[in-house]
Ligand binder design. Structure first.
Ligand code: UTP
Length: 298
C-alpha cells in the first residue's frame, strides 16, 4: 500500500533567477496560490496525507507556508472575511507534513535518498515540487493503481516534441497492460537529457513517481551523473534491471513551473478558468490578442 509522499523542493531554481535568490521557486504563485500547495493538494486527494518535504537552507518559507499564521487568521476573523480565512487555513490542514533538509543540492536522486529513514520499507510516491498536474487529470491515482497491479515501480511519461528530449530523462519502452485511462509501457532503459539524435524515444520522464523502496539501496550506490548530480533517472535505470518498472503515458495538463515559459502558461490558463477572475481576464486577453498582442498599445 502506498501511503507516503515525498516532495523534493531543495533545488536551486537557477532557471528562475533572480526571483529565486530568496524566494523558493516552489512557492512562486499560480495566480494566488503557491505551486507547491497545488502539489500537496494532489497528494492529499489520493489519500497520501503523510508528506515529507525535502527542503534546504534558503527554503524556510516553505515550512512557514504550511503552518498556521495566528496574526493573519485573527485579522481576517475580525474583518469577517470567512472565505479568505478558509483559504489561508487550508494549507495547514491538508496533510501531516514533515520536513527534512537535503544539506546540499546534490541532485534529485540524492534528495530522494534523504527520505529513506522516513519512508521505510514500502512503496512511496514522489511528486516534484515544481511540476503541477491539473486536478482534473487523475495521473497519480492511476500510477498508484498500476503499481498495485504490476508491482515494482511506476514512473510518469509524456510525449514531447523531439527538440525537447534533451531537457528530460527519456525512456526505452515496450507495450504493457493498462488497467486505467492511460497507456502503460514496460520501461527497459532510461537516459538523462540525451541529445535529440541519441534519444531512444520521445517519451520523457515527468515529475511523478511511485517507487519501490529498493530504490534507496540503488541510490546509495549511484555515482554522480550528468551535471555532477546524483540522478534519480540513473537509479531507476539500474532498478529496471532487477525489478519491473512501468511507465504511465500521461496526455493531460501539466506544467513545469520551474520553467519560465511553462510557468506563464500555467498562470494564464488557471486565471482564465477561475470563476472570480476568469471572465474579466479572458475578455482582456482576447482584446489584447485582437489588438496584435505585443504590438498592442493597451
Ligand atoms: P530541477 O531539475 O528543476 O532543478 O529539480 P533545480 O535545481 O531546482 O532548478 P534549476 O534547473 O536550477 O532551475 C526538480 C525538482 O527536484 C528538486 C527541485 O527542488 C525540484 O522540485 N531538487 C533538485 C531537489 O530537491 N534537490 C536537488 O538537489 C535537485
Amino acid at each position: 500500500m502506498v501511503s507516503k509522499a515525498v516532495i523534493p523542493a531543495a533545488g536551486l531554481g537557477t532557471r528562475f533567477l533572480p526571483a529565486t535568490k530568496a524566494v523558493p521557486k516552489e512557492l512562486l504563485p499560480l495566480v494566488d496560490k503557491p505551486a507547491l500547495e497545488y502539489i500537496v493538494e494532489e497528494a492529499a486527494r489520493v489519500g497520501l496525507t503523510d508528506i515529507l518535504m525535502i527542503t534546504g537552507r534558503s527554503k524556510t518559507a516553505i515550512e512557514d507556508h504550511f503552518d498556521r499564521v495566528p496574526e493573519i487568521e485573527a485579522a481576517l476573523e475580525k474583518k469577517g472575511d470567512a472565505e479568505r480565512l478558509a483559504r489561508v487555513q487550508a494549507s495547514s490542514e491538508l496533510a501531516q507534513m514533515h520536513f527534512v533538509r537535503q544539506g546540499e543540492a546534490k541532485g534529485l536522486g540524492h534528495a530522494v535518498l534523504v527520505a529513506a529513514p522516513h519512508v521505510g520499507n514500502e512503496p512511496f510516491a514522489v511528486l516534484l515540487g515544481d511540476d503541477v498536474v491539473d486536478e482534473r487529470d487523475p495521473l497519480l491515482a492511476t500510477m498508484i493503481a498500476e503499481q498495485q497491479a504490476h508491482g515494482g515501480s511506476v514512473i510518469a511519461l509524456m510525449e514531447v516534441e523531439p527538440e525537447w528530449v534533451s531537457s528530460y530523462g527519456v525512456a526505452t519502452v515496450e507495450d504493457a497492460e493498462s488497467h486505467g485511462p492511460y497507456a502503460v509501457k514496460r520501461v527497459r532503459d532510461l537516459v538523462e537529457k540525451p541529445p535529440p539524435e541519441e534519444a531512444p524515444s520521445n517519451l520523457a520522464v515527468i515529475g511523478r513517481y511511485v517507487l519501490s523502496p529498493t530504490i534507496f539501496e540503488v541510490l546509495r550506490n549511484t555515482p554522480p551523473g550528468r551535471g555532477g548530480e546524483i540522478q534519480l533517472t540513473d537509479a531507476i535505470k539500474t532498478l529496471a534491471e532487477s525489478e519491473p518498472v512501468h511507465g504511465v503515458v500521461f496526455d493531460g495538463r501539466r506544467y513545469d513551473t520551474g520553467d519560465r515559459g511553462d510557468y506563464l502558461k500555467a498562470i494564464v490558463k488557471i486565471a482564465c478558468e477561475r470563476e472570480d477572475l476568469g471572465p474579466d481576464f479572458w475578455a482582456w486577453l482576447q482584446e489584447y490578442v485582437a489588438a496584435g498582442g505585443p504590438a498592442s498599445t493597451r
